[in-house]
Design a protein around this ligand. Sequence first.
Ligand code: SPV
Ligand code: MG
Length: 293
Amino acid sequence: MNPRKRLRSLMQEPDRIIQTVGAHNALGAKLVEQHGFDAVWASGFEISTAHAKPDANILTMVEFLEAARQMTDATHLPIIADCDTGFGNVNNVIRMVRDYEKAGIAAVCIEDKVFPKMNSFIPGFQTLAPKDEFSAKIRAAKDTQRDPDFVVIARVESLIAGHGMEESLERAAAYEEAGADLILIHSKQKDPGEIFEFSRRWNSDTPLVIVPTTYPSITLTEMIEHNVKMVIYANQALRAAVKAMNQVLAQLKESGSLLAIQDQLSPMDQLFELQGLKDMIKQEEQYRRQEVR
Ligand code: SPV
Ligand code: MG
């Protein structure tokens, strides 16, 4: 099944949480697939970090798109692309949807902040876009898509920006009205309380997406009970990789010996497998046989 149809069919399954994991390149996406997750989040935070740049629209759309496109090449999973604020105004959103759709991306997510955005967990700095202006971006995105299975996620940042529950609910309703397929309600609280309250007061069939980075205690059962259709584990794989790399580099520097770190390394065979080396050798043999004939 093509990844967009797969995502649509997962969205239709009752009591099914779509477990999506953040990645910044093809390798990360492939590992997410191998571990049996449902979809990949082409995370702006991860892609920016992988370029050693702040998650603040320092990279351009082309760089984010290229990272997401490489993920579509490496896996069969739906790729959910974090597109920040849509890289500008409605005109940028129209170009964005055309290009992401052509690249085989299953879904785009845009957030209701002003360009350039700042990562949601950085204190201060958060400025929301006017509700009508952002609704227009959602309408432009939905009008632009050609494939009816392409998904547009509207991300509500008003809890993050401290504008409260009423405004968050109003914004979500406006974005739903504008055609959003899913509503991502973001929170930076240490517990899922405000997400639960939002869900209780969200009188709509449009399902919710959450990013529980700061409230890791939430369970899958609680998500199902609260109309959450998709959970995004946005950056844990990259943070685990940075921790492991730091540990191994520190030990190597201190000991001056590769022996000291051997047990912390993935075997080379595993990396050959991730590269797709077997397939390469097989295809080469196949064409050699044809040469000989
Ligand atoms: C990302 O992974 O880039 C996100 C999620 O947008 S967050 O870091 O929570 O903003
Ligand atoms: Mg982001």
